[in-house]
Design a binder for this molecule. Structure first.
Ligand code: PLP
Length: 409
């Protein structure tokens, strides 16, 4: 454990960790089970196109989410696109800016531009109040909610607003597999919910996504769209595309779901370790995963830095990177300020702008130990409890670097 500022790597000390620690290092299920399944796939020579493991994986996702139907696809981005196509969405979509860029580019790539909506300050999900305000000014073809950090958005309010405006509600549930909201599993709200099983998500199928819905007709259409629109050997019924998940991915997804309870238990423990170590530290807030009637999958540890400290979020991130702790500034600078959308006129998004300046995601997952979480916490505490002195140290280090570069000229 580092006890004084001069031990920090950014000020010339040795990095606290020899190996880099990451946010979203993949969780792995039972290796032998997976390899046996891959052996079965090779033996059967059924590698993709609705094979046995795809159907088993879809059944498991349906049972975890409580949805009638689950349609597996190559990734969540294609899942969002297929959903928009199947629902006939055109024009623009209302979507939060404080989300992974793929929530928005999935739509803009098929010609559906965003109307950006602000978030709730407390848990960073889309604000129904701001959504209503936006819809007074802008016409949209759909509303997209994102269950950020595995916190379900206020789906009741969003469904009411969607019904009032006669547009479908689509949910980007990429962060929310295995979560519940008001006692119900996430996966049956809106017209459809789209989960990601990308390697960095807490349950993964290498790459993958699943669309869940209670609407049989919609699910049937999605199954056509993901396979070029083929309804039989030679019969093309819809203008589809290739969005299929392979059998190896489905086998990985299945194996990963079987280990899900272990992943959640580990993540919850790491969350509690961080909370114990940082909960009382002035100047930071750990975004809570403790809502009484909601269950989270604890896949993100989200720290928010307050104003008034001598060091800001970017400087704290730089200090931690030097220690080999690859914290992430999700989702700075906000999609509305990212290159594809920065030139569009956008609405004022004060809570989004605020969150993009303050949020830091810390490493977690089964590859991270309790000791590592404690060591990361102690570095954060050291920095924030000695922020003025650290500020001086960083300034002196920068000054000596620039005079050094002058000398070398
Ligand atoms: C990861 C992610 C996506 C994209 O998922 P892919 O399966 O990688 O296409 C979309 N939205 C959010 C919020 C995500 O975190």
């Amino acid at each position: 454990m580092k006890r004084s500022l001069d031990e920090l790597a950014v000020l010339g000390g040795t990095p606290a960790f020899g190996e880099p620690l990451h946010v979203g290092r993949p969780n792995l299920g039972d290796r032998d089970l997976l390899l046996n399944r891959i052996g079965d796939i090779l033996d059967s020579r059924w590698l993709t196109n609705s094979g046995r493991f795809l159907r088993e994986f879809e059944d498991r996702v349906a049972s975890v989410t409580g949805a009638r139907r689950a349609v597996a696809v190559a990734n969540a981005t294609l899942g969002l696109q297929l959903t928009a196509k199947a629902l006939g969405v055109t024009g623009r979509v209302a979507v939060p800016s404080f989300t992974f860029i793929g929530s928005v580019t999935a739509f803009s790539w098929i010609g559906i531009e965003p109307v950006f909506i602000d978030i709730e300050a407390s848990n960073h999900v889309i604000s129904p109040t701001d959504l209503s305000a936006a819809l007074e000014q802008h016409e949209v073809g759909a509303i997209v909610g994102v269950h950020l950090w595995g916190h379900e958005c206020d789906t009741d309010a969003l469904e009411r607003i969607a019904a009032d405006h006669g547009v479908p509600l689509i949910l980007d549930a990429a962060h929310a597999f295995g979560t519940t909201h008001r006692g119900r599993p996430t996966g049956t709200s809106g017209r459809a919910e789209v989960f990601s099983f990308h390697a960095t998500k807490f349950v993964n199928s290498f790459e993958g996504g699943v669309i869940t819905t209670d609407d049989d007709a919609l699910a049937d259409e999605l199954e056509l769209l993901r396979n070029f629109g083929f309804a039989g050997y030679d019969l093309v019924e819809s203008g589809g595309i290739n969005a299929k998940m392979s059998e190896v991915s489905a086998a990985m997804g299945l194996t990963s779901i079987e280990a899900m309870d272990r992943f959640i238990a580990h993540n919850r423990h790491i969350y509690e370790v961080y909370r114990g170590a940082l909960g009382d530290l002035p100047g930071v807030r750990l975004v809570g995963h403790d809502a009484v009637d909601d269950q989270c999958n604890f896949q993100y540890i989200v720290l928010e830095l307050a104003d008034g400290s001598a060091i800001d979020r970017d400087e704290l991130a730089r200090v931690l990177w030097a220690e080999n702790v690859f914290v992430r500034k999700y989702f700075a600078p906000g999609c509305h300020r990212a290159a594809p959308f920065a030139d569009l006129d956008h609405r004022a998004l004060p809570h989004t702008d605020d969150a993009t300046r303050r949020v830091l995601c810390l490493p977690t997952g089964t590859a991270l130990s309790e000791q590592e979480a404690l060591a990361i916490s102690s570095i954060i505490r050291l920095c924030l409890e000695n922020a003025n002195a650290l500020r001086g140290g960083l300034d002196r280090a920068a000054a000596s670097r620039s005079s050094g570069s002058l000398d070398r000229r």
